[in-house]
Ligand binder design. Structure first.
Ligand code: SF4
Ligand code: SF4
Ligand code: SF4
Length: 580
């Protein structure tokens, strides 16, 4: 394939091809989203699927690997929570082909609800996990994950962080790749359908394998002490620290460990016995650090030498090294989450249908409670139309329970089309069978917009949202164009009334394609007539980024305006008008 400047995500996809993966499953989520699309690009003849959620992605890949095929799945770290159930089980059953599970973490967090450490899932589930430091490492350690999986018959996790997924590095893609490996399912109920009795035996086998894997992986690593101290690092912090080696050369040896779990006991004792003190650098949880038993000579997150939260940065590395080497720490800011993120505040695009849907919901029920969900439309918080945001699908479950606790209030939740299919369906069914009188707004933009426009099932013609709702027994379903604000307000009011009357969720589907994906203008920009009172409704409350206030009146940027004309309806003075 030749030399190029590749993203970490692209190199992990290519590693899957090189290792003979015949199938790859994923659910999109930043920072992992480009992995599956890269696999499709590099191996168009092999099977790739955007599954409806991460649990399905992992189960599909696991079933292929149980059949003797080489398979992979990818997701972001919070997606691994959704996939946790099969993750723990498949650790015990193992695979007969190979299975690599790529879980991309988001320390910071930049675009996630948490900055959880997927390696802790690997540790809890007893799954080996590799921790790449940079894109080249991501290739090498993904390939290695497949090798371990093939050799020992266990699933193996690869845990890149955002800085690895989204960094580019010059790299030679190897010409030689393994042919896609397909297998055949061989029945073995004591393994693939193991009862608790057999599970105990599988657990014992797994524990034995982990010891062998640890020894095998580190068989070529020699610890040859040259300095009194050691800096032990894995993952992205190892890349940051490698650039600062001159700060501790001669005083401390640098040891990079690529697989934080499992680690051979002998290696840990060797490091402990070879150095007076040890600094451990890793993201985000002190997994490696806690492998060391001589706690009073080990420095890291537990001693406060390294920050326990947030992204590992050059500044935090420098501070940690200074503290460890007992140099006078420079007064550098370690990590403190910014009170407001640098740069412009994220906003829905000009002409985004979600904005007018939120506006209509608030106008229909100004005293309502608005549970929200995960997607572009989480930005409904800016419009004060999202009161809660917990995890995928939680808008509907939160709505059900919040309504029970606050029966006097209208409760209108918002969920995107992709999220509805991901985990919204069981939540809505639960609300239905428990007679919950909530209004559910499905914001249908026919794509998974936030993560890069991955496909959704109804846009591909497999099913409609309306058919799904019918199957769930939802009778009150209204489809509305959110650009029609008057009709949208009426639809939300009617849904609130129908839910109350029927003691059942009522649904409004706000249907308008994502304007960023389609790049279609709805019409001409409106004109601004004299009489603006700077009430702020259009540019502050409605927050259309195409509208600014110039000190006297509002201006509409014709280039970014989509011509949706929603601002015409929004302006209380009637100053903004259609330009006929
Ligand atoms: S990408 Fe699409 S869905 Fe997301 S804010 Fe922009 S227009 Fe709306
Ligand atoms: S018509 Fe108004 S609301 Fe729509 S994109 Fe243009 S300025 Fe924004
Ligand atoms: S909503 Fe109307 S009156 Fe208010 S700032 Fe905008 S143009 Fe001016």
């Amino acid at each position: 394939m030749g030399r190029g400047f590749f993203l970490g995500n692209e190199l992990m996809a290519y590693a899957a091809k090189a290792a003979g993966a015949s199938s790859f499953y994923a659910y999109p989520g930043t920072p992992s989203s480009e992995i599956l699309s890269s696999f499709q690009k590099y191996a168009p003849e092999r099977y790739a699927q955007w599954a409806l959620n991460e649990k399905l992605a992992l189960e599909l890949a696991a079933a292929a690997a149980i059949s003797g095929s080489v398979s992979a799945c990818a997701m972001k770290q919070v997606g691994l929570n959704v996939a946790a159930d099969p993750l723990f089980s498949v650790a015990y059953t193992g695979v007969s082909g190979a299975l690599a599970i790529i879980s991309a973490d988001d320390p910071g967090p930049h675009s996630s609800q948490t900055e959880q450490d997927s390696r802790m899932y690997a540790y809890a589930a007893k799954i080996p996990v590799t921790d790449p430091a940079n894109p080249a490492d991501a290739f090498r350690l993904t390939k290695k994950a497949f090798e371990i999986s093939k050799k020992y018959g266990v699933p193996v996790m690869v845990r890149p962080v955002m800085r690895v997924c989204h960094s580019r590095q010059s790299f030679d893609l190897p010409e030689e790749t393994e042919a896609p490996r397909h297998g055949r399912f061989v029945k073995d109920p004591s393994r693939w359908a193991a009862t608790p009795k057999h599970r105990a035996a599988l657990h014992i086998k797994l524990t034995e394998k982990l010891k062998e894997i640890a020894e095998d992986f580190y068989s070529e690593l020699e610890i040859k002490p040259k300095a009194p101290f050691a800096v032990v690092a894995c993952g992205y912090p190892a890349a940051v620290c490698a650039d600062m080696k001159d700060r501790f050369e001669g005083s401390a040896d640098f040891i990079k460990l690529d697989m934080p779990y499992p680690i051979p006991e002998g290696l840990i004792s060797k490091i402990e016995n070879s150095y007076e003190k040890i600094l451990v650098l890793e993201e985000t949880f002190p997994l490696l650090e806690r492998s060391f038993v001589t706690r009073n000579r080990v420095y890291g997150k537990d001693t406060g030498t390294v920050p326990s939260a947030g992204e590992f940065t050059a500044d935090s590395c420098e501070n940690a090294l200074n503290l460890f080497m007992e140099k006078k720490p420079e007064n550098k800011k370690i990590y403190a989450p910014a009170e407001t993120a640098p740069g412009p505040k994220p906003r829905l695009c000009a002409g985004c249908g979600h904005r007018s849907a939120f506006f209509a919901i608030k106008r229909a029920a100004p005293s309502g409670i608005y549970p929200g969900d995960i997607g572009c439309y989480t930005l409904g918080t800016n419009l004060k139309a999202v009161d809660t945001c917990i995890c995928m699908g939680a808008s509907i479950t939160f709505a059900e329970s919040l309504k029970r606790e606050n029966p006097e209030k209208p409760v209108i939740c918002t969920i995107g089309d992709s999220t509805f299919f991901h985990t919204g369906i069981p939540a809505l069914l639960n609300a239905k069978i428990n007679g919950s009188p909530i209004a559910v707004a499905i914001l249908d933009n026919a794509t998974t917009a936030m993560t890069g426009f991955q496909p959704v099932p109804h846009a591909e013609g497999h099913i409609t949202i309306e058919q799904t709702l019918k199957g769930l027994g939802i009778n009150s379903v209204t489809v509305i164009d959110p650009y029609d604000i008057k009709a949208s307000v009426a639809a939300v009011k009617a849904a609130i009334a129908a839910a109350k009357e029927e003691n059942c969720p009522a649904v409004v589907i706000f249907r308008r394609e994502c304007v960023t994906k389609t790049k279609m203008k709805a019409g001409k920009p409106p004109k601004v007539n004299p009489g603006c009172t700077d009430c702020g409704m259009c540019y502050e409350v409605f927050e259309c980024p195409a509208i600014t206030f110039n000190g006297e009146t509002v201006e509409i940027d014709g280039a970014s305006c989509n011509g949706c004309l929603c601002c015409v309806e929004v302006c209380p003075r009637g100053v903004i008008a259609e330009d006929k």
